[in-house]
Design a protein around this ligand. Sequence first.
Ligand SMILES: [Zn+2]
Length: 179
Amino acid sequence: MVLPRDYTGQRCSMARALEVVGERWSLLVVRDAFFGVRRFSDFARHLGIPRAVLAERLALLVTEGVLAPVPGPGRRSEYALTDKGLALWPVLRALVEWGDAHYAPGGPPRVFTHVGCGGGVDPAGGCTRCGAPVPVTETVTAPGPGYGGPGPDPVGAALSEPRPLLRPLPGHERRSDTA
Ligand SMILES: [Zn+2]
């Protein structure tokens, strides 16, 4: 694994973690994986990320065991979060909360709720209604008050409705692009 920067000599777990998820786009790729994105082309379109950069980020995340290739339609592989990747969910949720508090004057663009219950998710990961811990597998994401409308891509369209996290996005229709 060759990285453009390193923190050699820093015996710091945060520095080690940032070597894996601290590059630009990496956490957004992981976030999209929680939203159910699995295909290279969907990551590329939803994030607007150059394909070469996306390929590099995905390769590192696979090497580090955050994502794993899984068989997709046809001969293409898709990408799914591993247990190690799923363990990043509280990190992402905390970053979203921080962003909501400081950079979302119109309210949170996205909200997270407890499936089947409708309660919100508090900063500790508990349900604001029933009090139970809300694991990622029981979390629904939906547009919030600061939602800016669906993007022009299939992922943005799918996220304009409430969706359980990790549910693979629909739309396995044939596409001309390959990855
Ligand atoms: Zn609940």
